[in-house]
Write a protein of this length. Structure first.
Lengths: 803, 803
């Protein structure tokens, strides 16, 4: 071990020796079960000598972190039972699946969830065999694991998940085990500051346990090698009061850790009591506010495993990260070591003749839903209540005729969200998160119902900060995402508003959440949870202040790569369609919904009723925008998806009616992007017959698209009309310039679209050639004008849509 | 302001009053120029009253952070000149573009780079007008900005960039201004620990300046609201010795900041002197090692701007983030305030009659390449030397016949990289970065030439840790990426090895780097830099230990969304093709190269010569794997890209030759994915004639693809044969299971591929129906076998390719 133990200052009565002996025995049982899962196909109880055939042919899993997780789990059992604590635990080192599965089997929750894995010798054998085995269960803590809301495969999100679980759950204790490897990641490092947002009155407590076992896959970890005084400063700098527990002698660590836990829980109770008595926590220069406790637990990696293998140190080193002993089928010596290792836990003391936990062993665990594997917060759908959503009529904008009025779509949505905030004031089960962009994204009306959560000092000049707010702003997309995931997974609702380009920061996080949802949809015991809703605004076409670095529409394509059961993408073109889309998403379950919408003033096209009908269909003809006659197919289809492309397509349609009135034009708008996909590829995929009726089978389709143009091709390549689809979208051309200059730079402007039509509709004649030249001239004069005056041509700037 | 000033303990002689006066005047000039850029179209020198027409019609930019950046720049000028320091500065709050542009104009570097923006009144007017104006320059610090290696649009990467610049540049001072907003991000939070990797002997120094102006876009920042003692603990916990400078009185801050800078630079010099005299820094329990200094600079946001606007506080609040005074054309009062604000800098003292900097003003700036805007490290291509690359013959594996031998591709590559490490031992201009996966990815041979960089304590049990190593491992993909970007941008070379799934963690970072490269390619004064090379391994098909959470092949599609000039994607199918690809990438410039390759033992298909030829073409027929005759087109094309799909396609080809020998089969392998794209869409895009010759125009193409199947469609949708292409790839089906079970789960297995051929080649008759059933039976028996035995069927496990 690195540094000597810093034993906690005893505050609570130390646990009795008998209690510690029980904990130790329980821990041994969990360790035995962890090793068994990694190694054994048969002979689970070791009632006979270990043979080659008892060993799995492929040894897959992670032992290194498991004994530490088992230690924490055993001790949590003790305090949950003693204090009647409603507790979830986030296992950051989620690759330690064997540990959490072992504990779930021990306390009976596993068998209740999966009745074929009985709590006896036969069930134990099944538990072992199924682990990381084809047709069995994953090697990590996963959706399949009872009591889990956190797949630890990708590291970095445990502490933000733990906070998400605690928000608005005042009686919940959210314990978070953070591996020292995970602690090196950016998302984890940022999320320590979540305590600046944790309201001791309305939120539960988060107890971080930084578990230093010293090594990652193959390297020492930074926090484990910092001088202990520096690590202590770091934790204090993060705002915590650290309690250090260090050791490798089991009974010493059991005693110290029990004391540490008691001390932390006492401290948490005191912080909450004080704050709740006062109604809130005063914080300022003279009142620095409470320091929440946390534990630094330093134990050897691969603790209780083989000390050396083939002459090399294993326990306490990176070599125990996965499988401390390899080639156990091939090597008799390794097999001997494995048997010795398994027998060192004295299984005969742990399990009875039938392989059930021995008498008294499981007495340390709590009962019923207090068990970590059975806590309903960890199967949040069980607790979920539908959001109270008022009729949209109260918020919709009046639209007498298409293009007759102008609104900022997200600002109107802000009014709707404000009402959701207001109507959940008592229930406290809705939160809005965002990286310091709520006001920029024009959703600030919500502050009227719930301010911005903030537990640090508040100055007179500040606006809307609140000790109890449910609007959350931190300049970390990772933390926003982690908070919201934790909040949703424990049965609440929310929305994440973000600049479109920078939501890519959470690409990898959303991958994991979608994988989680895809898996839980197949687990009947997992109740559906509220969808994760993104509102992406300040989008690619309107980054007037920021330019090229802030332009990227790729997130929708990223999400559409994932399991179609769980993903939805919407591009509402105006205010009422945004409202209708948002209402639908807020009421939905088990999806990731991505809504991209503008915040800038934009024309209203549809009344509320029209918007509802259009959104329900997901795509449809806007007859008022075209000029086709009923008796024949149009000459060209102008399709659009997204607010800016819709404006340009409508303008192009108007130009065509003016300049080439003989042309029959159909305008199709797509809100629900997955409708472009084939039936069978996505639940919203449109049947071919419907698609052909909408887009024709062989007419030119000029498609103005919000994102990268090839996304449309990737979705629609199987359609009959596909060879005739020509898409305009963002092609990485941009800077700080005017809105119209942006669409010109990317060939999405109305003039270019008219040229595209002329280039693709056959037999238009000489008149069309002249019109084409006029359009080209308009583009050129725009470019010259904007470079001189710094604003768009009045013709496009003050354009109004006329029916 | 929040807390009172903590003035630094004076170590150096305080600057004279005259010096401070000069600094203050220079600062005023930079502030004037910053405001002018945001607001003025004309009347740059304010030689007449401000009129409506002088004001830009759209006010776009960020003033809030600019005065602080100007302060730092002015003071850096002083110390660079006084101490003759080779310095780069990373401006984390890169939205403060006006500040860096102002300074560049003042010291002459801007005019040297862009001669039409002269250093006189006319040039000043041009500087103002072009800012954030159509056809002009971006509002942020950008590739276009002289002296910049960091586009600050997306926040979080300044400190890792600063470290990347400092590595292996022992004489360089890398100053890093970190905004307090940026400091909330995960990537930034993680990157403080970069000091655990900074070698005081071979690396330069990094001086972080955490600039607290208190507010983000619309919210207070966390670090600015922590009690100062807690912030101090946090910085110490990160391993720094903080020096605090706080104030809003300019002359006081000038004095304190000058003292703080001197103190820090003295401390840096002392650390380096000590370490370099000893050869390295001893660190252990009794020798905690040096604490590098850093500065916490606390000044008001929007400092020197309007104190109140329309009755609301602006200076010192979030309201000054962008444009403190809006509607200046419309509001006479705002116009009056703007004029007052501009005149408060007393431009008549700052610029002479011709609008040139007044006599003596620029004397505080250094000369030549010591100027921040002219330092060659900030245009790193100027310093770049080609890597010494040995002939591949020394590393290639012997391949007598296809499939006749087995190798671990990345392990062989490791030998090659080891030699690159060895051959750059003196030059020190090559680094390998990775998130604790170098050994897991089987590149550990490199440690033989250069160990793993590590400045914390080293234990006896550790292996390959080194105070001077150039292999770098931190469990933060963000930090790896940031380090490497900083290293490349300052003219060196490197490679990032990463698990394929988790490279998505840096999706948003690579977006920014590609945007940077795309822009610099169009700037003649920017010299080309070495490409950013990714080696993605432990890929989607072989996550035996980890399962679903670790499976995601989407990064290649993400990258292919970006500017084609700057992106390349390679899927080498075996060891020699990997070597050939890696050699090509290491010698290339200004690209992001993504190589996906396996680490597991795999068949060798091509000799080195064959590999070179194949990689040069990027795609080609593997005649030995098919059985077509010269006189007619094949009945079916089996195409493949990626190592696992290639194996399955080759096995399918062999099965077809065995079971349906009458079928004429062509096998095509694709290494360079962009070759699938049309000519004109990507520099590597294949002309249609070549594509048609390779894939035919109308025969069924069964394509086994490494990633998501629709990526092939998105790339190839314009090809004649496209309607006949059927792609198999990853479709989000996975868990911890066997390698062959993974391909079966995703319908990419050889049996399924044979069935696909049978389903798509017309006229095969009854024999084919029987074969199809046999294949289906094999799939089913595999599934049953693997679920019983936990390993793949011997038939596929021990499969060997026979010619």
């Amino acid at each position: 071990m690195g540094d000597p133990a810093v034993t906690p200052t005893a505050a609570a009565e130390p646990p009795s020796d008998a209690e510690l002996q029980n904990l130790e025995r329980y821990w041994r049982a969990a360790n035995y079960l962890s090793v068994g899962q990694i190694y054994l196909m048969d002979n689970a109880l070791l009632r006979r000598p270990l043979e080659v055939e008892d060993i799995k042919p492929r040894l897959l899993g992670h032992f290194g972190t498991s004994p530490g997780l088992n230690l924490v789990h055993a001790h949590l059992n003790r305090v949950i039972k003693a204090r009647n604590l409603d507790t979830v635990c986030i296992w950051g080192p989620g690759h330690g699946g064997p540990a959490v599965l072992a504990n779930s089997w021990l306390d009976g929750t596993y068998t209740e969830t999966y009745p074929d894995v009985t709590r006896d010798g036969e069930g134990m054998a099944r538990l072992f065999r199924q682990f990381s085995f084809p047709g069995g269960v994953p090697s990590h803590v996963a959706p399949e694991t009872p009591g889990s809301i956190h797949e630890g495969g990708e590291l970095g999100y445990s502490l933000s998940h733990a906070h998400g679980a605690a928000f608005d759950n005042p009686d919940l204790l959210s314990v978070c085990v953070i591996g020292d490897g995970e602690s090196e990641t950016g998302p984890l490092a940022a999320s320590w500051h979540s305590n600046a947002f944790l309201d001791p009155v309305h939120d539960g407590a988060v107890l971080p346990i930084l578990h230093l076992n010293g090594y990652k896959i193959a390297n020492p970890t930074i926090p484990a090698r910092l001088p202990e005084s520096q690590l202590d400063e770091l934790m204090r700098g993060y705002g915590y009061e650290p309690v250090h527990v260090t050791g490798d002698d089991p009974m010493t660590v059991h005693r110290d850790f029990a004391l540490a836990l008691d001390r932390c829980l006492d401290s948490i109770a005191e912080i909450q009591r004080t704050a709740r008595a006062a109604g809130e926590t005063e914080r300022g220069k003279d009142a620095p506010g409470p320091r929440w406790p946390m534990i630094v637990l330093r134990t050897p990696k691969g603790w209780t495993g083989p000390k050396t293998v083939d002459g090399k140190p294993v326990e306490g080193t990176w070599r125990s990260h996965q499988v401390p002993l390899s080639n156990v089928r091939e090597s008799a010596e390794h097999r001997r070591q494995l048997e010795e290792w398994l027998r060192s836990y004295r299984p005969e003391e742990l399990f009875d003749d039938q392989g059930r936990p021995a008498a008294g062993l499981v007495d340390i665990a709590p009962q019923g839903t207090l068990r970590l594997g059975a806590n309903p917060h960890a199967n949040g759908g069980l607790l979920l209540r539908s959001l109270p959503l008022r009729p949209l009529e109260e918020f919709a904008v009046a639209v007498d005729k298409p293009g007759g009025s102008v609104n900022e779509p997200t600002r109107v949505l802000g009014g709707y969200l404000r009402q959701v905030m207001a109507d959940t004031a008592e229930r406290r089960d809705f939160r809005l998160v965002g990286p310091d962009e709520t006001a920029s994204n024009r959703l600030d009306a919500v502050y009227g119902a719930s301010g911005k959560a903030w537990q640090e000092e508040i100055y007179d000049v500040d606006e809307h900060l609140s000790r109890h707010g449910r609007s959350m702003e931190i300049l970390s997309e990772h933390t926003c995402q982690g908070w919201l995931e934790g909040y949703l997974l424990t049965g609440r609702h929310g929305l994440f508003s973000c600049y479109e380009a920078f939501v890519h920061i959470v690409d990898s996080m959303v991958n994991q959440h979608i994988k989680w949802l895809r898996t839980t949809r197949e687990l009947p015991w997992r109740a559906p949870i509220a969808s994760l809703n993104y509102l992406l605004t300040s989008h690619v076409w309107r980054q007037d202040h920021n330019g090229f670095s802030h332009q990227d529409p790729g997130f929708i394509g990223h999400v559409l790569n994932k399991s179609p059961e769980a993903v939805r993408v919407y591009l509402p073109p105006d205010t009422n369609t945004l409202l209708s889309t948002a209402e639908h998403c807020l009421a939905s379950r088990d999806y990731v919904n991505v809504i991209v919408a503008g915040k800038q003033p934009g024309f209203d096209w549809l009344s509320l009723d029209e918007a509802r009908e259009h959104c329900a269909r997901g795509a449809g003809v806007w007859a008022w925008a075209g000029n086709e006659t009923r008796d024949r197919e149009p000459d060209v289809v102008l399709a659009c998806a997204g607010d800016v492309p819709t404006l340009e397509i409508l303008a192009a349609a108007l130009l065509l009616r003016t300049y080439l009135p003989e042309l029959s034009v159909r305008v199709v708008n797509v809100v629900d992007v997955a409708r472009l996909m084939p039936e069978g590829e996505h639940p919203h995929g449109m049947p071919d017959a419907e698609f052909d009726a909408l887009f024709t089978r062989d007419k030119p389709v000029i498609f103005g698209f919000h994102g990268y143009p090839w996304l449309v091709h990737r979705l629609a390549y199987r359609r009959a009309v596909h060879p005739h689809i020509h898409v305009r979208g963002y092609k990485e051309r941009g800077t700080t310039t005017t809105p119209f200059d942006m669409v010109v730079a990317n060939d999405l402007d109305r003039f270019r679209l008219v040229m595209d039509v002329i280039d693709r509709v056959p037999g238009l004649g000489v008149r069309a050639v002249e019109v084409r030249q006029q359009m080209e001239d308009k583009r050129l004069s725009h470019r010259a004008y904007v470079r001189t005056h710094g604003i768009d041509l009045p013709e496009v700037r003050d354009w109004s849509w006329q029916d």
